[in-house]
Design a protein around this ligand. Structure first.
Ligand SMILES: [Zn+2]
Length: 68
């Protein structure tokens, strides 16, 4: 039962979209995807510049693929 010879399953929550995902699933921790990483980066860049955030259409943070 407690055989964790493989990588442990570490769940993290994406700060952009709030999705919980396995750390092993992402190449851009602590974000679930490169998209979310870019969104987050764009957010604080916009704060720096005082500009409103403009995402690409279909790039909403709440939208993500269900990989099943
Ligand atoms: Zn995300």
């Amino acid at each position: 039962m407690a055989n964790w010879s493989n990588q442990p399953s570490v769940y993290v929550t994406c700060s952009t979209c709030g999705r919980r995902f396995l750390l092993d699933e992402t190449e851009t921790p602590p974000f679930c995807s490169e998209r979310c990483q870019l969104i987050d980066l764009g957010r604080w860049l916009d704060e720096e510049n005082g500009l409103p955030f403009e995402g690409d259409p279909g790039d909403t943070p709440v939208e993500y693929r269900e990989e099943d």
